[in-house]
Design a protein around this ligand. Structure first.
Ligand SMILES: [Zn+2]
Length: 71
């Protein structure tokens, strides 16, 4: 599985820098879906116990999986 994202790019003797290696709408959708899942888990009492028992978490995770698409 290869996914667009961030890569650490060494810059000679410098400190290096983070470079965006890909930018497209699909990546944005993936990031948004992942953040929605994480944000839900932070405030959800059911997820605090077991996210596998939370229907909302399952929905958000499915949306994230769908956003990543086939790889
Ligand atoms: Zn939940």
């Amino acid at each position: 599985m290869s996914r667009a994202g961030w890569a650490y790019v060494p810059a000679g003797s410098g400190p290096g820098r983070l470079q965006r290696i890909a930018s497209n709408s699909r990546e944005t959708a993936v990031q948004r879906a992942y953040r929605a899942y994480i944000d839900h888990g932070r405030g959800c009492a059911a997820c605090a116990v077991d996210s596998a028992l939370c229907a909302t978490a399952e929905e958000l995770w499915s949306a994230y999986q769908a956003a990543t698409g086939p790889s």
